[in-house]
Ligand binder design. Structure first.
Ligand SMILES: Nc1ncnc2c1ncn2[C@@H]1O[C@H](COP(=O)(O)OP(=O)(O)OP(=O)(O)O)[C@@H](O)[C@H]1O
Ligand SMILES: [Mg+2]
Length: 222
């Protein structure tokens, strides 16, 4: 089983949007996937409740988990044949971020392209570096044009962390889908948001496969 955490210090950066979108993409791709919601706001869980009540397919396991029970829950998921666990983390909580990152194979760190967001995100990057955790920053809420994007890419390069080649733009399809218990690739499959999510999923799979020695992710899908 692979574990991907979505972590960033800043609130509202897109953690839950990315966690749910990656989970749906993985489940559609044949990976048995679960979302573990470590945030007391339980947004992923509420999203999952709507999804279940509306009978959207594929069905997804979304569990709220306290950080202290995470190792136990991850063991149980592994035993149950889960291929991919996606951990949706709360903003600010450094301890929870550490608890989630430690067992993870890869960490995605979303941020807006603004100076203060990047400054705040840097704390998360430093935390990942302190445990030598493979991670990448993904720019979210990107504007269609303007010098902010170039500045943001430069700023991230300066921090010395990998930048995800897929950038997510500010698009209504993301929030519309979330309110329906869906993701953009389901509710608006021909949208640019849907393309971004597929790109982000493909890139995340690539990162996971680069970290493997025996092709475990592919093998467990057979
Ligand atoms: N690229 C985007 N374009 C437009 N809206 C977006 C985008 N990404 C996320 N959103 C919306 O922004 C809001 C915040 O996103 P989300 O809940 O994913 O952030 P979060 O980091 O999980 O927040 P929190 O720190 O509170 O858990 C949601 O309404 C979501 O639908
Ligand atoms: Mg959230």
């Amino acid at each position: 089983m692979k574990i991907v955490s979505i972590i960033t210090q800043k609130g509202g950066a897109g953690k839950t949007t990315i966690a749910t979108a990656l989970a749906v993409a993985a489940q559609k791709d044949g990976l048995n996937t679960a979302i573990l919601d470590l945030d007391d706001q339980a947004t992923s869980c509420f999203w999952g409740d709507i999804r279940t009540s509306q009978d959207h397919s594929p069905a997804l396991a979304v569990k709220d988990v306290k950080a202290v029970r995470l190792p136990h829950v991850l063991d149980a998921l592994k035993t149950a044949g889960c291929d991919l666990a996606i951990l949706d983390c709360p903003a600010i909580h450094r301890d929870v971020a550490m608890d989630a990152a430690t067992p993870s194979d890869f960490v995605l760190i979303p941020t807006r392209a603004d100076v203060f967001d990047i400054r705040s995100m840097r704390q998360t990057v430093d935390l990942m570096k302190s445990i030598d955790k493979p991670c990448a920053v993904v720019l979210n809420f990107c504007p269609p044009a303007g010098r902010e994007m170039g500045d943001a890419r430069e700023g991230i390069k300066g921090i010395g962390v990998e930048l995800c080649p897929v950038e997510m733009h500010h698009r209504k399809a993301y929030s519309r889908a979330q309110q329906l218990g869906q993701t953009a690739q389901e509710s608006e499959p021909s949208s640019l948001a849907a393309q971004e999510i597929i790109g982000l999923y493909t890139n995340t799979l690539k990162q996971l496969k680069e970290g493997e020695t025996h092709g475990e992710l592919t093998a467990s899908r057979a």
